[in-house]
Ligand binder design. Structure first.
Ligand code: FE2
Length: 186
């Protein structure tokens, strides 16, 4: 059994290491609740009408903002990638509401591919570098776009972008100040 002093020093260490008082599990829960609220129609006033979702550019709207967390709804369109990016000093998480997302994540030595389907979740610790897009094939029904809810804590302030070099390493190409979710929009 760990002594109280060891536990408290580990807790203190972890509190110091995190940029946010929220944990990844909190962000996952927040995006799950946001997704449910969207499905329940709570944010209907913020959304395009059925059949009028943008089809050429990624679209987003902020569902919630406070000092700790920003929550966004994103609709995805075919072929629009975010480029490889990080979330600077913010932790992140997402829940997919509908459709399928594809993600390439830098593992430290290569890009790992996965897909995230409706109901799937992912969290992004500091240093997570990924490129996110609608999975090839797109939604079966254009009137039901690929949607995901994202949370960032502390609220997003910057993103760095990267490329994979010919030598198989990651090179940062630029950093941009932004409070918009998931990078480039088209
Ligand atoms: Fe991202």
């Amino acid at each position: 059994m760990l002594s109280t002093s060891v536990v408290s020093s580990v807790t203190s260490l972890s509190a110091q290491a995190s940029p946010s008082r929220l944990r990844p599990a909190d962000l996952l829960r927040i995006t799950d609740q946001g997704a449910q609220d969207v499905l329940d129609g709570r944010f209907a006033h913020l959304l395009p009408r059925a059949g009028e979702w943008p089809t050429l550019e990624r679209w987003s709207t902020r569902l919630h903002a406070d000092d700790d967390v920003d929550v966004w709804l994103i609709s995805w369109v075919p072929g629009a990638t975010t480029e490889l990016h990080d979330h600077a000093g913010s932790l992140g998480a997402l829940t997919v509401l509908s459709g399928v997302l594809a993600e390439y994540r830098w593992s430290g030595s290569e890009l790992k591919y996965r897909t995230l389907e409706a109901g799937d979740q992912a969290s992004f610790p500091l240093g997570w570098v990924h490129d996110v897009m609608e999975a090839p094939g797109g939604p079966a029904d254009p009137a039901a776009p690929t949607l995901s809810v994202h949370a960032y804590s502390p609220p997003l302030t910057a993103m760095s972008y990267y490329e994979v070099t010919d030598h198989g390493s990651l090179r940062r190409t630029r950093t941009e100040l932004t409070d918009l979710p998931e990078g480039r929009t088209a």
